[in-house]
Design a protein around this ligand. Structure first.
Ligand code: DGL
Length: 213
């Protein structure tokens, strides 16, 4: 079975590693679309054009499961893609808000791209999961995914975005690029648990492959 994975670059490699750990023998196709990075600052129409193009290619190359290893493309485009390609199985990556809420953290910070933060899906994840007495702050981080992708100015960007932030019990890394700089982010929140969706995505892919055999 061929599993296609895509992201606006190397962020999704964190997802790929997690899937490969549970499914080491599958065949993988990985599209790192750094030419179009950042996805998080593109309009819905442009992003749909970009991701449709990638899905067409992955389909042509024989992928039957497509993993959207990108929170932005998932929260904005997965519903439409599922309608357009009913013959493919899509697995998306969403900000792990439920996981943070279930950990009973009181103060939670969600870091993500502007596109993810503004998406309807993120709003409904909040609405569906937030418990009484929990404070959840959504923080759009323009420029951070591209700083990671192109390895320029990461420290400065983090300082700009995070030095004014207070203490949190949990920080949701709602962009796959941020998982690559976990250690740097942890320094701003030494006591917080940093949560990303990698293992959740991997177990969903595992479930799908089991259902098919
Ligand atoms: N890594 C992606 C995400 O999880 C996209 C980052 C971007 O290109 O803006 O949101």
């Amino acid at each position: 079975m061929k599993i296609g994975i895509f992201d606006s670059g190397k962020g999704g490699t964190t997802i790929y590693q997690a899937i490969k750990k549970v499914l080491p023998n599958e065949e993988y196709l990985y599209v790192a679309d750094s030419k179009n990075c950042p996805y998080g600052e593109k309009s819905y129409t442009r992003l749909m054009e970009i991701v449709t193009d990638i899905v067409e290619n992955l389909k042509e190359w024989g992928a039957t499961i497509i993993v959207i290893a990108c929170n932005t493309a998932t929260t904005k485009c997965i519903r439409k893609l599922r309608k357009m390609y009913p013959e493919l199985k899509f697995v998306g990556t969403e900000p792990a808000i439920k996981q943070a809420v279930d950990s009973d953290a009181k103060n939670i910070l969600v870091m993500a791209t502007p596109g993810t933060i503004k998406s309807e899906r993120t709003r409904s994840l909040l609405k569906e999961n937030q418990k009484e007495g929990q404070n959840i702050k959504l923080l759009a981080c323009p420029g951070l995914a591209d700083a990671v992708e192109f390895d320029t100015g990461i420290d400065q960007k983090l300082d700009e975005l995070l030095s004014g932030e207070r203490e949190y019990d949990a920080v949701v890394l709602g962009c796959t690029h941020y998982s690559l700089i976990k250690d740097k982010i942890q320094k701003y929140f030494p006591e917080a648990e940093l949560i990303d969706g990698c293992d959740g995505v991997a177990s969903q892919v595992l479930k799908l492959t089991k259902n098919r055999t």
